[in-house]
Design a protein around this ligand. Structure first.
Ligand code: F1P
Length: 347
């Protein structure tokens, strides 16, 4: 519902600056680059957005963890748009990074946030409020998918302002957004199969998550969720990076989750999967319905909906979050209140 409501708000006006505030049109028209600042899951939304922004707008886009950026003398430019992403709008590191960006000379700041009138949107010039409302649990879930819709909309809006997409392109992207809740529902319907996988994950000590391109941040999100709510040690890598180190970790005891959408990188991902199987690693693959994967020895496959193109990371975030959720239930941990974590990190 959070996702459908956020998409509905976008569909009402299309890729329009009005979605971001009263003087958004003039501010966004000036933008020559984008600097994204965020923490945790929100940072992964930013990493995904980098692909969309650079591909659609041709603008450079940097993404940095706010707790690092706030303490350094970063490169800055008055015509770069600062984009902060925060579910709560109160995360201190993100707030301080925004202040730092202002000190360094960035003129325009846009906040993507769930919570109206929280600190970060109040300190920003432009705001997109997702329609996700407040997260019940500590770990962000619906915030992530709705942040991604907001960021895709920002990419589309900047592209439109810069004359990089035609009216037909815009209509096609909006059509993809309109169809998204149906694909996400399909992904949610995979719950029984994911529940079955989660039973074996619950007994593991470690897990590795792999993705490529737009789906590398989704591998990061899957690993973070597993860490946060099950306390299983999980790492995520771009699949092409396996041979540069993490392959040394792979043996029969290492489950490897692969985000394998039916996109232009699929053949590359398949060869990375072979590297894992050759070392005895057990593969858990999320593949799209329209690709040709079947279960084989040591390879388990769950089919997400038909490939949805550029919005695919939003669909693929659902099964990795469900996997962590069911593994947590199987281990008996508190999914809403993980140990050592706070809902808003304000220190
Ligand atoms: C950032 C964040 C969450 C994470 C956990 C701790 O919060 O790192 O992504 O799941 O809840 O805080 P926010 O800035 O998005 O509110």
């Amino acid at each position: 519902k959070a996702l459908a409501d956020t998409i509905e708000a976008v569909l009402e006006v299309g890729f329009s600056p009005t979605l971001f505030g009263a003087d958004a049109a003039s501010r966004l028209a000036e933008v020559e680059g984008v600097q994204i600042l965020a923490c945790g899951t929100s940072y992964y939304a930013g990493l995904t957005a980098k692909y969309w922004i650079e591909a659609l707008t041709g603008l450079p886009c940097n993404v940095e963890i706010a707790s690092e950026y706030r303490y350094r003398d970063a490169w800055a430019h008055p015509k770069y748009l600062i984009v902060t992403i925060s579910q709560s709008g109160e995360t201190l590191d993100t707030m301080e990074a925004l202040k730092r960006a202002r000190e360094l000379g960035h003129a325009h700041a846009l906040s993507i946030c769930n919570v109206r009138e929280s600190a970060i949107p109040r300190a920003s010039d432009l705001v997109f409020y997702t329609r996700a409302g407040v997260e019940i649990g500590v770990a962000s879930t619906k915030a992530f998918t709705t942040q991604l819709v907001a960021l895709f909309t920002l990419a589309g809006t900047l592209a439109k302002i810069r004359g990089r997409i035609s009216a037909e392109d815009e209509a096609a992207y909006l059509e993809e957004l309109r169809a998204l809740p149906g694909s996400v529902q399909h992904a949610l319907n995979l719950e029984p199969q994911i529940h079955a996988w989660a039973q074996s994950f619950a007994a593991k000590q470690n897990a590795l998550f792999l993705g490529r391109g737009l789906h590398y941040p989704i591998a990061l999100e899957g690993a973070l969720k597993l860490k946060e709510i099950t306390y299983i040690h999980a790492e995520a890598y771009p699949a092409g990076e396996l041979k540069h180190g993490p392959l040394a970790l792979v043996d029969e005891a290492m489950p490897v989750v692969v985000i394998a959408p039916n996109d232009s990188l699929l053949e590359k991902v398949k060869s990375n999967m072979q590297e894992v199987r050759a070392r005895g690693g057990e593969l858990f693959v999320f593949a799209d319905a329209d690709s040709h994967f079947t279960d084989s020895e040591g390879v388990h496959v769950i089919r997400t909906p038909r490939h949805v193109g550029i919005l695919s990371p939003i669909v693929h975030s659902i099964p990795v979050q469900l996997l962590a959720y069911h593994a947590a239930l199987a281990r008996g941990t508190d999914v809403d209140k993980p140990r050592n974590l706070a809902k808003s990190v304000t220190v």
